[in-house]
Every structure is written in C-alpha cells, then in structure tokens.
Design a protein around this ligand. Sequence first.
Ligand code: ZN
Ligand code: ZN
Length: 267
Amino acid sequence: MPLTLTSLGSAAALPLKESYFTAHVLNVRGRLFLLDCGEGTQLRLRQLGISLGAIDNIFLTHLHGDHVFGIFGLLSSMHLLERTAPMHIFAPGGFEKMLEFYFSRFVNGPSSFPVTHHLVSGDRPALLLDGPTARVYSLPLHHSVPAYGYLFREKKVRRSEARSVAYCTDTAPVADLPAWINGVDILFHEATFLEQDKCSAEKYLHSTAADAARCALESGAHRLVIGHFSSRYKETPAFLAEARAIFPATEAGYEGSVFSVPRSAIT
Ligand SMILES: [Zn+2]
Ligand SMILES: [Zn+2]
C-alpha cells in the first residue's frame, strides 16, 4: 500500500548538468499523479522506470515554462504509443489555449486519447478530484502568475488513518497555507532562494528555504521536502542547513529521491 513522492527534478528556471526541471510523481496505492511537467519529464520518467501509461491525472501548478514545457512531448509520446485512456490535466486558466495550439499544430488527425483540461481557480481551497484512492484539493498560492498547490488526502482503507501530501510551488509565503495543510505527512515546498537573497525571493514571489521551513513548522507537517533550487547557487546543502535550523525533519528533493509515508508513521 505505497504512498510515495518521487522527485524527477530539483531545478528552478534554469537546469544544470545534473539538475532537471520540476516534476514529481505521487503514488497513492498504485495510482500515479504527475505534479508539474517541466522540460524532459518524459525522459526522467523513463530513466526511473515509471510507466507513462500509469499516469491518468496531471496537476500543473502554474503556466511558467519550467513547469509546463514537458507536457507536449509527453502527450505526443502517449499519442504515438496509441494510448486510449482519458487524460485529465488540472491547471489554471490559459492552459486551454496551450492545448488548442498543441492539437492544432502537432497532432495530425484525432488524438488517440481524450485530454480534458480541468480549470483550477479561486482564492480558497477547493475539491478538484474525488478519485478511487485520494481526494485532491487546490491550494491558492502567491506568485507572479496564478499558481496553485495541491493537497492529496488518501481515502481511508478499513480502519486505518489516511495519509496526506501537499505540493506547493512556486510561491511566496502564504499566511493561510499552514492552516489549509494542517498535520500533513509530507509537505513539498519550493525553496528557490536562501535567506541571504530574501530580496530576490520577495521580488520574484518565491520562498527561501527558511520560509519553507516556517510553513512546515506552522502546519505541523511531519516531514518537509524542499526543491526548485535557483541555479545561482553552486552548493545545495546550504538549503538543507537553513531549513533544518527551523524544521529538522527536512530533506532535499534531488533527482530520483523517493519519499514514502509508511502506515506506521501515521498519527
Ligand atoms: Zn518555477
Ligand atoms: Zn514560477
């Protein structure tokens, strides 16, 4: 009965030799959710042995290129593989135009599978998906374009407690966010900058590692995973040190890192 979060990439706007664009895979008891789809995501999925066919729902946080440039290559490969299962893509407004462009320019004839864009909007959390293994809620964030995090709450199995994962990127600190994700098992939170560059975080509406740690602390999260590191830093351990000084149970979501929530750890 796995519940795992796999990091495919830890980079922010620019990739480095060994750091890739943002994308994550959440496995809730065998149902795979793709969270963001930066350039090269399908290659990262193949490298990690994750089947493209196992993904039925994609959640895009916002429409900046480092989070969406991989979606068309992924959809195109699925078409070439003659996928037939419906694909559901949850994304803020504007994504429908990107889909129109993709289908009009890059798909010859009808797609082998239907793609549905589910609009994510509003300034309060909302239920987006009531699936077989999890319910998914939107988390309005604060960024230079409309941006949403996502909260996944596992559905209970018999008398067991439900596990939960929150995925929050890109965003400046949001005052209400800790209350919305209270007691979450794993919080993924972006940490684009260090506190020494707080002015950059404020200017571009991102968070520092310390901001991410404060969110984890205030929310009562069990674990914090940080990522989306700016390429301006050559050494990423500084992010961990800064966050752990506030929230010790912090780990970095490096390429290929897998974080699991065992049932025994549930409270
Ligand atoms: Zn980004
Ligand atoms: Zn962004």
